[in-house]
Design a protein around this ligand. Sequence first.
Ligand code: HEC
Ligand code: HEC
Ligand code: HEC
Ligand code: HEC
Ligand code: HEC
Length: 256
Amino acid sequence: MQYRRPIVLALLWLPMFFSTPVLAKAKSDPLSARWNPLHFKPAIENARDEQCLACHQDILKRKPLPKSPAGVKASDTHAWYQDLAGYSGPQETFHRRHLVTPVAKRLMKFHCNTCHQGNDPRDEASGSSETAQKGLTLRKSVDPDICLMCHGRFNYKVMAGLDGDWPQVRDTFNNDCITCHKEFRTKRHKVNFLNEKEIEKAGAENSDSCYGCHGGRAWYAIPYPYVRRPWLERMPEVAPEWTKNRPKDYDPRFYK
Ligand code: HEC
Ligand code: HEC
Ligand code: HEC
Ligand code: HEC
Ligand code: HEC
């Protein structure tokens, strides 16, 4: 009987070979993957990009269509903001513009969960009640407050010395933000999705880089109410009226 033992032991391993593909299948089945705990709080708060990309590789791979259905070439259609210094390369998708383009890699340090904070895939779609519009998919899974931080208006009204929007006054200031901002609000970009040092370098090379996040790509009609971090030199002793309702700090997750 003794000689059979290795065979029995080998047989014990067999279920492993069968169960592995079964498990893999369960993981990649879209219906259950959609309910993967990583999509929800609290797991999403500590999710690493690789974990999301294991299923969502297409997010960084997808490219825009080379032409529109009507035949207009993507390469022929530059929007106004695509003429700012720093803009480069062919047309790219939204995710690539924030995660992998040269500008994104230099100035920003986004992670999936900087924007994605989890959402309820069942209730946010508009089909969830009798009266809702049918056939419409809503994927409002990102808090647009974060978009406004870099895509709001240039708030010249709070900038003493500026009496018009940047395009009107920029020539008077040699298209330069630093002349003033080496004195005002010098404690800036201290959040985990920005590359503070590179931003200052890029801004010193060309202030279009600053403007790019502070009015140059404004998708909104309003400016972002930034936290006013106290700075050391030449900070006015009395805080201006408009600072009254400003929050004292950003969400702690921006410092983790
Ligand atoms: C196990 C695979 C898997 C992992 C890991 C995963 N996802 Fe998903 N995700 C899916 C599937 C499948 C869907 C549903 C796709 C559909 O309905 O078209 C989905 C949907 C989504 C959606 C759309 C939500 C909606 O309701 O429309 C977002 C946004 C998303 N995932 C982001 C993430 C982020 C961010 C992470 C990491 C924190 C992540 N996913 C991790 C598989 C995964
Ligand atoms: C700058 C913010 C931002 C970052 C960073 C970001 N996303 Fe998104 N993502 C969005 C927005 C906005 C949408 C569209 C949501 C909507 O339609 O309302 C979206 C949509 C999606 C969707 C569903 C729609 C689609 O295009 O398939 C998936 C999946 C997704 N993101 C995954 C990811 C993953 C994975 C990462 C990290 C590699 C990531 N996102 C990083 C903002 C972001
Ligand atoms: C930290 C600053 C920052 C935040 C936050 C941010 N963006 Fe952007 N966004 C940029 C920069 C910089 C570019 C230009 C990138 C480039 O030129 O490659 C850009 C480009 C874009 C573009 C233009 C893409 C193109 O190729 O035409 C859109 C649309 C956009 N952002 C939407 C959003 C939305 C929606 C959000 C919120 C989910 C968001 N952004 C959050 C900085 C930001
Ligand atoms: C004439 C000087 C001057 C110039 C030029 C200038 N700023 Fe300002 N900026 C200010 C002053 C003054 C403040 C407000 C200081 C305070 O909080 O008391 C300010 C505030 C800001 C704020 C914070 C706004 C808020 O609501 O909290 C941002 C962002 C900003 N400037 C960006 C820029 C950028 C980008 C440029 C160039 C495109 C620029 N500024 C050019 C003087 C200037
Ligand atoms: C990639 C986008 C981006 C670029 C480029 C950028 N900013 Fe900002 N800026 C932000 C965001 C987001 C915030 C709010 C978060 C923070 O201050 O940490 C901010 C905040 C500020 C503030 C308010 C800070 C405070 O606490 O009082 C000032 C002033 C400012 N930026 C000026 C500039 C100047 C000057 C440049 C060019 C040297 C510049 N920004 C370039 C995104 C950007």
